[in-house]
Design a protein around this ligand. Sequence first.
Ligand code: HEC
Ligand code: HEC
Ligand code: HEC
Ligand code: HEC
Ligand code: HEC
Length: 204
Amino acid sequence: MNAKLAVLFFLLTVGMAMPILLGIRSIPDIQLPNLHTGYQPEQPIPYSHRLHAGVLDIDCQYCHAGADQGRHAMVPTLDTCWNCHKTVAGRTQTAKEAIGKLRQAYMSGEGVEWKRVHNNADFVYFNHQTHVRIAKYIDADGNISDGIDCTYCHGDMAKNGVAKQEEQLAMGFCINCHRDQNDRHVAANLPARAPVNACDACHR
Ligand code: HEC
Ligand code: HEC
Ligand code: HEC
Ligand code: HEC
Ligand code: HEC
């Protein structure tokens, strides 16, 4: 860990331990600065979620197959696109041109270097499978569902053209949900497993 981070950790630990040491139960919602919300870089091929996940209604996990299987949801390789685009060449001029780029990238074997949209710092551990498949999500009315919906953290991706960061995936966002979920789990006689004060669960 570098020195700057060590200092931040120290200050944060002291700051966050205070209410606990003082026995105060409800810590105010934590908000750290985060500049990523709204980030929507231009991509090498104008792939559209609005069209594919919205209009064509293709399941998110058809392309992001890792989401319930492991840590990373993963962005698909062009093989997945090619399942359709070996035959779908596009109707309008813009579609033909964009799909032409795809064809060229696939045929040449070059692939596409998509620009990363969400990029939490390396010192944060986040696992998709735990959240998308293993977690039980309990809403404010006490209804329990298996797994947390993509929209909770990524907003309505199907309304976007190229992907955009909708939510501020900062520490407060994670911890506020964890705290609420643990309270609701306890109320429902279920084990509360989401880390709140265990810094090393998320910072490994
Ligand atoms: C037909 C394939 C396909 C489908 C279906 C699809 N995506 Fe994507 N997704 C992609 C591709 C390709 C990218 C990379 C290009 C981009 O960022 O726009 C991407 C990017 C993303 C990103 C940003 C990745 C990053 O770099 O941070 C998120 C989040 C995402 N998709 C969520 C979803 C959700 C939620 C759904 C369902 C509503 C969905 N996707 C449906 C292909 C797909
Ligand atoms: C509890 C919050 C949460 C949920 C639910 C969630 N994600 Fe994510 N997602 C994240 C975070 C945080 C990142 C950034 C991870 C990083 O930078 O290491 C991310 C990153 C991604 C990425 C970028 C590539 C990667 O694997 O890091 C894609 C694609 C993605 N999510 C798709 C999905 C899809 C599809 C779903 C639903 C099936 C989903 N996510 C559900 C929080 C979530
Ligand atoms: C299930 C089938 C299917 C899959 C999988 C699929 N597409 Fe498409 N895509 C379509 C259809 C249908 C159209 C509409 C073509 C038209 O009629 O103009 C389209 C259109 C497009 C267009 C043109 C957009 C525009 O402006 O009209 C691009 C670019 C594109 N797809 C890229 C991709 C990429 C990249 C992937 C893989 C990440 C992918 N597609 C996966 C079916 C698919
Ligand atoms: C919508 C609510 C929600 C959000 C938002 C959320 N989590 Fe969680 N998280 C949970 C629940 C519920 C569990 C307990 C899962 C179980 O039953 O094991 C959990 C468990 C975890 C665990 C322990 C299990 C594991 O995967 O190792 C870690 C670490 C974690 N979350 C990190 C994060 C991070 C980092 C973020 C923010 C980027 C985040 N979470 C956002 C609900 C959430
Ligand atoms: C539920 C997961 C989770 C837990 C538990 C957690 N953090 Fe974090 N922490 C995060 C996330 C997410 C970020 C934001 C990283 C980013 O912006 O890329 C973060 C950022 C930080 C940063 C950097 C500040 C900044 O501005 O980015 C410090 C320092 C930190 N955490 C310390 C702590 C300490 C100390 C604890 C224990 C009291 C703790 N964290 C518990 C998820 C968590």
